[in-house]
Every structure is written in structure tokens, then in C-alpha cells.
Design a protein around this ligand. Structure first.
Ligand code: HEC
Length: 293
């Protein structure tokens, strides 16, 4: 093996190791930790993978599901009304202004030092039903409905888990022990949760004609919450892809340059070696040097 072949083999080996480490799914710990909980089924998300894209129509349907079915208990504190412009059709500047104006926020103090309430503006965060955590907890028998802004990041395999959780409410099997006040959920930690199964057939009315089945609503609201947790995912990925392509091209160019530079050096080295050989021969056979051929 020549030196350059060894170098190439080493580069390929390092690239393979990096690929395996980067692409390996994070499933190693699943089974042991969760006891009786069945494995989380994997769904096909349009936004999965490096070239994935959010489906705007699904995000819009998911926002509707959030507003109608979840916002009564869960806040979405890290999303501002104007962020919703990413949802496309129906979320232009005027629509967002009108949407925000339906909610009231506390502002102030005014000149008299008093706090006052005013209609929300596009720059305000989505208004929570409850003014604070304690109020939300109090209204839910002491259990806090977590803020959903980052929920798909806060759980392992978050998007698949959220979908499984929302579709995992069912009659408890005969041998299941469900604490009073809790609800059986196939995929919840300990297979029970303080939240009721809130999704039921046709709970919301989609204006794009999609049938509002439970899995459809669960999938849409999961897409929406995945977007809420990572709105810049597509830009980040496309920059990443471009950087990788740039680095590959740069590597090829540098490799070509290296060959070019070394080709001259090799030539010079060979010329020098030939000259040295000639000199040595002259020294070893000084008389022959003068001999006519
Ligand atoms: C009636 C109030 C209520 C509604 C409506 C509601 N939830 Fe919940 N949710 C709760 C409460 C309370 C908890 C905390 C349960 C606990 O701590 O056991 C919870 C917990 C959760 C969790 C955390 C589960 C976990 O892994 O611990 C998620 C995710 C969730 N809700 C999503 C949703 C989504 C999405 C919707 C709308 C489709 C929704 N919830 C509607 C009350 C509600």
C-alpha cells in the first residue's frame, strides 16, 4: 500500500465512523428504562431527516387542534402570534393582527401607575388561559399541564412519543392498576397520566376538508408542536447541507492542488537524483568520463 492509498483509506474510515455516530438513532436505552411500556411506534414525518420539510397545511390544522383541544389547559409560552406567519396561507400580517386582537394581555403601568389590559399584538406571546403555573395546577387537581412550546424536545423521541401519547388513551386492560383520578395511557410513563384523553372523532372542523379522525388530529398537532419547538429546522438543515457540499468541493480542490504541487517536486527530486547518480558515476570512473563513446 502506498502512502496516499493509506491516507485515502484513513479518510474513508473516519468518514464512515462519523456517519454511523451521527446517523445512529437514539434507541439504546428504550426498553430497560420504561418497564411494561410498549416501544413507541415510529411514524413517517414529512419533516424528518436532513432534507425534511414541514407540511404547512398540517401545521395549520395542528394549530387549530392546539387552540380548540389543548390551549384550555396547556400554554404555548415561547410562540408569538407573529411567528405563526410561517404557517402560510391565512396567516398574513393582517390575519395575525386580527387573531392576536381576540386575546387580552396585561400591560402597564400607565401614567397613573396602574396595570391595564389591552388587546394582544402580533409581537405578544400566545396568551395562556391561566395567568400562572399555580392557577393551571389548581384547575387540574394539582397536576400541572406542561407548557407545550418545547414538549417534542423534552421527551425522548419526542414527536413519535407525542403522537403515541395522544392516541394511547384506551380502556385499561384487566390487570392494569390505575390510581384513582389518573387515566390509563398505553404509552405514558407508568402507563397512566393525569390528563384525560381529550381527542375524539370530529372534535375540530378542518376547513380544508380533511377528516378529523383521532390519529389525524394527533398527527397534525404533533407536527405543529414539533415546528413550535424547532421553527428554524429547515434553514438550519439547508445551511448544513450547503456547508458539507462546500467542504467536499474544498477538499477535492485542495487534493488536486496538492497533487499539482507535489508533481513538480517529484520531478525536481528525480532530476536531482539523476544528476547525483551522474556525478557519482563520474567520481567512481573518472577516466571513463572523458572516454569518447
Ligand atoms: C383538561 C386539561 C387538558 C387538556 C385539554 C389537555 N391536556 Fe395535556 N395534560 C393535562 C395535565 C393535567 C397533564 C399533566 C399530567 C400528569 O402530570 O400526569 C397533561 C400532560 C400532557 C403531556 C405530558 C405527558 C408526559 O409525557 O408527561 C402532553 C405531551 C400533553 N399533555 C399534551 C396535550 C395535547 C397535545 C393536548 C391537546 C390535544 C392536551 N394535552 C390537552 C391536561 C390537559
Amino acid at each position: 500500500m502506498t502512502a496516499s492509498m493509506r491516507l485515502r483509506a484513513a479518510i474513508v474510515a473516519v468518514a464512515l465512523v462519523v456517519l454511523v455516530v451521527v446517523a445512529a438513532p437514539d434507541r439504546a436505552a428504550t426498553a430497560a428504562e420504561d418497564g411494561a411500556r410498549p416501544p413507541i411506534p415510529q411514524q413517517l414525518w414529512s419533516f424528518a431527516g436532513i432534507l425534511g420539510k414541514y407540511d404547512d397545511a398540517a401545521l395549520r390544522r395542528g394549530f387549530l387542534v392546539y387552540m380548540d383541544a389543548c390551549s384550555g389547559c396547556h400554554s404555548l409560552r415561547h410562540v408569538a402570534y407573529r411567528d405563526l406567519s410561517a404557517l402560510g396561507v391565512g396567516f398574513g400580517p393582517e390575519d395575525i393582527k386580527a387573531l392576536a386582537a381576540q386575546f387580552k394581555v396585561e400591560d402597564g403601568p400607565d401614567e397613573e401607575g396602574k396595570m391595564f389590559r389591552r388587546p394582544a399584538l402580533p409581537a405578544d406571546r400566545i396568551v395562556s388561559r391561566f395567568p400562572n403555573k399555580q392557577a393551571a395546577q389548581h384547575a387540574n387537581r394539582g397536576m400541572y399541564p406542561p407548557d407545550l412550546s418545547l414538549i417534542t424536545k423534552a421527551r425522548r423521541d419526542g414527536t413519535n412519543y407525542l403522537f403515541a401519547f395522544l392516541t394511547g388513551f384506551e380502556e385499561p386492560p384487566a390487570d392494569a392498576e390505575v390510581t384513582p383520578g389518573m387515566h390509563y395511557n398505553r404509552y405514558a410513563p407508568g402507563q397512566q397520566t393525569g390528563m384525560e384523553g381529550v381527542l375524539s372523532e370530529d372534535l375540530v372542523e378542518y376547513d380544508d376538508g380533511t377528516q378529523a379522525s383521532v390519529p389525524q388530529m394527533a398527527s397534525d398537532v404533533t407536527s405543529f408542536l414539533a415546528w413550535a419547538a424547532d421553527p428554524h429546522r429547515e434553514i438550519r438543515h439547508s445551511i448544513g447541507v450547503r456547508v458539507v457540499i462546500f467542504l467536499l468541493l474544498l477538499t477535492l480542490m485542495l487534493y488536486a492542488l496538492k497533487r499539482e504541487v507535489w508533481a513538480h517536486l517529484h520531478e525536481r527530486k528525480e532530476e536531482a537524483a539523476a544528476a547525483a547518480r551522474a556525478r557519482n558515476e563520474d567520481r567512481d570512473h573518472p577516466d571513463q568520463a572523458e572516454m569518447p563513446h
